[in-house]
Design a protein around this ligand. Structure first.
Ligand code: HEM
Length: 431
């Protein structure tokens, strides 16, 4: 097993935290408060105004909230390493650690937590895999699946729980087709890849941790078997493309790296896109003028969805750790400091986005959000996420023009430091 080597995809020990000196200290700020989970933006506006960079005693992170500082940090990968982005925020319990200690559980870091020069070596191949041609190939599938999911919702009456009936299956199945997994395996694949975010970024209890760890192990084994099968049985899919690259130059792209890319993708692009779709409905459905405007003019959808990514991003933070002693905005930051980059705070900065608490589908700089990150680790799946979001909203607005949120529901958000979307979202139509 490789859960604590430098090169491991997952490390199971929460990392040590250095503490910067000479900066404001906030004793209360945490992402685990009910208020923050319900709506983080008032809290983020307060801290950004009071002290744009501060040390959160409760989280053990240096919290950075302003866009210009975020861009500086994201842009300086030599000083601010991304090696911590897949580390668990809290230590993994013994039961889960034992499960992941299986001899054959050995995915390696390949993308978000891979460092230079290997990150660029690998990204050359993954970017090729996310080509415009492959996105075009996926488009008919995403459209067909969106319609089928709406058909199933309508066949069941005039109300549905959106996350389980549309938001969650659509991005999961899209990635599975992209990778090449057979449709017959979708049900088990969806169950193995669900709730993964809580493992690394949340604080699940022991029972839940063991359950997720078991699913991670089974999913890794499935990925390895699938890649092995594709060695002799190629198709027009991402796995085959990566194996071709490996065969052509095994020194450039190792076989274990191919297996690990396949393993990582379903996590990187599944739950977050589900949250993105739910957040889009939460923004658009109560604002009937906006919903009617995009129904009448589909060309408004792309900018409306950029505004969703700014206003109610499915990812409100990301992390870095300092490689050396450094300084940001006049604050001395020692080596080993865990840095919490508040994408949500920067996306609501009033100097950049006037009236930031207003959701405006016509905002001319909505796309300037930082929800896909910045620099060498910029989101590999941004194009795919945008495609899925646009097709989903277009299909729902066409097929269910009077779609609305069910009144009086209490939304719950999974407690974690980074991802944001309702666990369930009830919608209705007709009637
Ligand atoms: C709305 C949906 C999504 C959001 C908001 C999002 C956001 C992000 C963010 C903030 C990063 C970190 C960037 C950085 O460190 O600078 C990232 C990286 C990444 N994302 Fe996404 N993501 C989304 C969808 C997807 C999808 C659909 C996939 C793939 C199927 C994906 C794959 C990745 C990968 C592989 C990386 C690491 C890239 C690298 O290290 O070079 N993401 N994403």
């Amino acid at each position: 097993m490789s859960t604590n080597t430098d090169d491991a995809y997952h490390k199971i020990r929460a990392p040590a935290r250095a503490k910067p000196s000479g900066c404001p200290i906030d004793h209360d700020f945490t992402t685990f408060d009910d208020d923050y989970l319900t709506n983080p933006y008032p809290d983020l506006a307060r801290v950004r105004e009071e002290h744009p960079i501060f040390y959160s005693e409760k989280l053990g992170f240096l919290v950075v909230t302003r866009m210009q500082d975020l861009l500086e940090i994201f842009g300086n990968h030599e000083v601010y390493s991304s090696e911590n982005v897949q580390d668990p925020v809290f230590p993994v319990c013994e039961r889960a650690a034992e499960i992941l200690a299986a001899e054959d559980f050995n995915p390696v870091a390949v993308m978000s937590n891979k460092q230079q020069p290997d990150h660029s070596r690998i990204k050359k191949y993954t970017m090729r895999g996310f080509s415009a041609r492959r996105m075009k190939m996926l488009e008919p599938y995403v459209k067909k699946r969106s319609h089928e999911l709406v058909d199933a919702m309508m066949a069941n009456g005039t109300q549905a729980e959106f996350v389980s009936s549309f938001g969650h299956p659509l991005p999961g199945q899209t990635i599975f087709r992209f990778i090449g997994f057979p449709e017959a395996d979708d049900e088990k694949l969806i169950s193995w890849t669900s709730n993964r975010l809580a493992f690394t970024w949340g604080n699940p209890d022991e029972e839940e941790q063991a359950d997720i760890a078991n699913k991670m192990l089974r999913y890794w084994r499935y990925c390895r078997e699938f890649v092995a099968k594709r060695k002799t049985d190629r198709a027009d899919d991402l796995t085959s493309e990566l194996l071709d690259a490996h065969d052509a130059n095994p020194e450039e792209l190792a076989y274990r790296e191919v297996e690990s890319i396949i393993y990582g993708l379903s996590f990187a692009g599944h739950e977050i896109v589900s949250n993105y779709m739910s957040n889009s409905l939460l923004c658009l459905l109560p604002r009937r003028d906006d919903w009617d405007a995009i129904r009448a003019d589909k060309s408004l959808i792309p900018n409306a969805l950029e505004e969703v990514l700014r206003f109610e991003s499915p990812q409100t933070s990301w992390r870095r750790v300092t490689n050396v002693d450094t300084e940001v905005a006049g604050i001395k930051v020692p080596e080993g400091t865990q840095v919490f980059l508040s994408l949500g705070a920067a996306n609501h900065e009033p100097e950049l986005f006037p009236s930031p608490e207003k959701f405006d589908i016509h905002r001319d700089n909505a796309k300037k959000h930082i929800s896909f990150g910045y620099g060498i680790h910029f989101c590999l799946g941004a194009r795919l996420a945008r495609l899925e979001g646009e097709i989903a909203i277009q299909t729902l607005s066409e097929r269910l023009p009077d779609l609305r949120l069910v009144d009086g529901q209490n939304l719950s958000y999974s407690p974690n430091i980074t991802f944001r979307g309702p666990e369930q979202l009830f919608v209705e139509w007709g009637g």
